[in-house]
Design a protein around this ligand. Structure first.
Ligand code: ZN
Length: 324
């Protein structure tokens, strides 16, 4: 069963009812509100194994937590803007993917270090229908109580990343956690959330998290020796990636620098409507993919198929996603 939502707000496509609905009011956003019918797809009942995926980053314990699945029609409203569905379908088919719909995972990341419990993004909360917003259940399956989370690192303030910061009643879902994001991203979110006529859901979110927010600048060392913010603007004005390090091992949490494991990687030059600034998003995506292919650094992609772990590899003249 699919639950249709007004649109994929989370990703800067204008939404009538979600947190990022206010993007419509931002003349710089460039989201001409494509009449997409992005859907949040209700997944089959999940087992523990496809809800929670534990892995190591050096000596750190990490866990991918499934929040849900989102689906976007292959109609060029979001992916391959300015191309044709046939062009997009050709790339999808060659990769063995469905050609009518593009599926995106949503999986926040949990990392334990010392006595701190770190959470990277928080999923959709109630913003995307019943197909997403399952972070609380996944967290429970991983044996973590919300009150144990000490630090939340937000890649950017779209509804599928910040929606899980609050519960169904609008209260803080992680009452003991500091909420960290770049100063630019917080300024943007707070401005929109406190503006006259602001979307009430977004306004409530901003009010709830304001006492908990701490901002940082790109490149900041956030947990010494463990978490560093990595400059990754483009998708939004203050979008950040995070490098998580343990000894000689590292992993880059790329946020929404890339969205689909085939289209974003194999055709990074194609415009994605989710990017607030299409050109900036494209430039960031192309540059980051090239860096990751050169370095071979391990990648955690929040929207790639669960659990979103893998590497970017060169294949011929192009790039491909190599899932672990
Ligand atoms: Zn997203």
């Amino acid at each position: 069963m699919r639950i249709r939502t007004a649109a994929l707000s989370l990703l800067a496509v204008a939404l009538a009812t979600t947190l990022v609905a206010c993007d419509r009011q931002d003349p710089s956003a460039g989201n001409a509100a494509p009449a997409t019918e992005a859907t949040a797809e209700a997944a089959a009942p999940a087992t523990a194994s496809d809800t929670v995926h534990a892995f190591a980053i050096g000596s750190l314990q990490a866990t991918a937590l499934r929040d849900g699945t989102l689906s976007v029609p292959n109609d060029n409203a979001v992916f391959g803007v300015g191309r044709t569905p046939e062009e997009v379908a050709e790339v999808l088919a060659a990769a063995g993917q469905p050609t009518d719909v593009l599926h995106l995972g949503v999986q926040p990341l949990l990392v334990r270090t010392g006595d701190r419990v770190l959470l990277f993004d928080t999923g959709a909360g109630r913003n995307m229908g019943d197909g997403a917003g399952k972070l609380g259940e996944s967290l429970a399956a991983a044996g973590v109580a919300p009150g144990e989370v000490t630090d939340i690192f937000i890649s950017h303030a779209h509804g599928d990343h910040v929606g899980g910061l609050v519960d169904a009643q609008g209260a803080l879902a992680f009452p003991n956690a500091t909420v960290r994001m770049t100063a630019q991203e917080w300024d943007d979110l707070r401005t929109r959330g406190t503006a006259e006529g602001a979307d009430p859901v977004q306004a409530a979110l901003v009010a709830a998290i304001t006492p908990k927010v701490e901002t940082f600048a790109a490149g900041a060392e956030l947990v010494p020796g463990v978490v560093q913010a990595v400059e990754a603007t483009g998708h939004t004005v203050g979008h950040a990636a995070y490098r998580i390090t343990s000894g000689s091992d590292s992993l880059l949490y790329v946020g929404d620098s890339m969205h689909h494991h085939v289209i974003s990687v194999q055709r990074p030059e194609w415009t994605i409507a989710f990017d607030r600034d299409a050109d900036a998003g494209r430039e960031r995506r192309q540059a980051l993919l090239g860096q990751l292919a050169d370095s071979g650094e391990r990648v955690y992609a929040v929207h790639f198929p669960f659990p979103g772990l893998g590497h970017i590899e060169r294949q011929g003249d192009g790039l491909v996603w190599a899932a672990e």
